[in-house]
Design a binder for this molecule. Structure first.
Ligand SMILES: [Zn+2]
Length: 76
């Protein structure tokens, strides 16, 4: 198996951070929902939407890199 390149490692790290942020935001939003904190809920909702967009872009970039560079056997 070929060595993974630095660009792949960067993209992989960015995907991990984004998925972690989605998880954190979702948990915080659930807590705001339970405590009926409407301001916090709508604030987190906006953040979650932006983070979903970031997730789409980073996973798209990772897929594109794998397709073009073929630096790992992994497929997404
Ligand atoms: Zn690569």
């Amino acid at each position: 198996m070929p060595n993974q390149c630095q660009e792949y490692a960067n993209l992989q790290h960015e995907v991990q951070l984004t998925l972690q942020a989605l998880s954190d935001l979702t948990k915080a939003m659930l807590a705001a929902f339970h405590s009926n904190d409407r301001d916090l809920f709508s604030y987190l909702d906006k953040g979650l939407e932006m983070t979903v967009g970031r997730k789409e872009r980073t996973i798209g970039a990772l897929r594109q890199h794998l397709k073009e560079h073929k630096c790992t056997a992994l497929e997404l």
